[in-house]
Design a protein around this ligand. Sequence first.
Ligand code: ZN
Length: 344
Amino acid sequence: MKAIVKTSRARGASYRDAEVPAIAKDELLVRVTAASISPGDLAIHNHSGPDFATPTLPFIFGEEFCGEVVEIGSQAKGFDKGDFVSVESHVFCGVCGQCRNDQRHICQNLRVIGRDLPGGFAEYAAVPARCAWKHTDDSLKDIGAVMAPFGSAVHAVLDEDLVGRAVVVSGCSPQGLFAAAIARAGGAKKVVALDPSDYRRRLALKMGADTALNPSEAGCLQRITRLCGEEGADAVIEMSGGPKAISLGLKALRPGGRFVAFGLPVQDLSLDYAGDIVRRGIRLEGVSGREIFRSWYKMESLLKSGAVDPRPAVTHRFQFKDFKKAFALINSKEKKCGKIVLVP
Ligand SMILES: [Zn+2]
């Protein structure tokens, strides 16, 4: 088969031949139909970044993908050949304290497909059956590759009731764009999106944000406060990981507001911990991945009802062989892209 393979500890990757993976008893062999590029994939490609990992080389990466089941391990129950699945890339152990307490997404022995285990930038991928989400009809097949990241945004945004709340989405990466749409669908009275890129601010408006502001412009904090009401935002969904954005987000919250920490900072942070968090009673919540599979059920319902549509955020599609163009676009200063999907 053909695959996008990390072959050296330097920036870049190769499109080349690879062995079709042999599956274990509890795995499915999936013929990949689409894979989207995640922040983790970008870090592996660039050999740097907040989500950087060093897999054993050569390594097929690709964390977010979907496809058709073509082979089933003897102990993989509940699937038939021809089933269409999206992949939950977080492989949980099922036996640790976190797994036993319904927190599989933060399993103590978590391994990630595409980071610790071979991924979906290939014609075929092996997937543990417990990490496959079976589609019950054809309606979401075209967005099957982006369901995992969309699920993360569902988890980040809808952990708490947002009806009638003012929400700031900090960072309009694909995750931020999804978050803006989900906040809107979740009943927020106001959704304010922040991003330095004109292109991504326009996308945020398309996805359902009421206003999109450039956080580098003077007076941004005052504008947010004015838009959200006197006290500030009820919730900030921080998707960028940028130190300035994190500081701005904390200051934009009303006392007692909820700060969702999702974006990963590249450098150390300097925060007014006492002034911005403790004394103002801010509720800080780290979010990693999505709840397995509670977020998937919520997402399916939101998508099938038409309450949210991630499609406008999926701006580009490239063939696997043209992967370099895709990564060049994401790495460009202007970032004139939303989610990018790669197809075999
Ligand atoms: Zn576990």
